[in-house]
Design a protein around this ligand. Sequence first.
Ligand code: FPP
Length: 267
Amino acid sequence: MRVEPSSTQAIPAVAEVPRHVAIIMDGNGRWATRRFLPRVAGHQRGAEAVREAVRTCVERGIEYLTLFAFSSENWRRPAEEVAVLMQLFRMVLEQEVAKLHVNGVRLKVVGDLSRFDTRIVELIRRGEARTARNRRLTLTICANYGGRWDVVQATHRMLTDRPELATSFTEADLAPYLAMAHAPEPDLFIRTGGEQRISNFLIWQLAYTELYFTDTYWPDFDGRTLDEAIASYRRRERRFGQTSEQVREGRRAAQALPGAVTPLPDA
Ligand code: FPP
């Protein structure tokens, strides 16, 4: 498996459009409550917003979209709400995979799948296998996922495969075992719904990611809101530990190369 280098080891190229966008889709419940609807109505509208986000990412040339659909902590919600979320997840897998495939989208689902019912796990495996060769957009759904779970499961699997690393190992040794090993680290993180927390999402991979928080509830998130987040991203200066001068010099050198794209605005 090809593992994307960590940005703590290699500085990725900075582009006009983020290559990888990771989103915490928050605010479904409040969107519904404001409309005197049951919370589950918010999740149903949230699933529609997922469709629009995928479509917009394909149109904008974003290569990886990662969505936090269900955290390890979400099992604590009322049983009926968990059941509706599972039903919705199953419906999306049954009805959307064919459309994803036609549109060149590769589906990946990461997280501890041991608590999901066997029908859902089977649909996940089938959907992943069917879309495995697509490269237009990689859509990763994080389900029963937690960033700390990921670091622990990766360490366990690494030490099972390579017990000689028990006394000393590097980031590069661990990287292939992390749940997101198939993707570069996110360039842009978005959280909707007004909270400003990472909530145990991709804690390893977000080390150098630009963070964007919006008050928009997830069901209202659309192409325009995504464009606002991208515009904010383009105004950032991604230094990866370097000085501003080094970053500007690197940019000038890149622009001097044949086929260079429009320069990013200086921050
Ligand atoms: C957070 O809103 C949202 C969730 C816990 C579930 C997200 C699920 C979807 C968007 C639908 C299905 C998606 C896929 C990919 C199958 P919240 O309920 O915490 O909202 P609140 O903070 O307003 O209560």
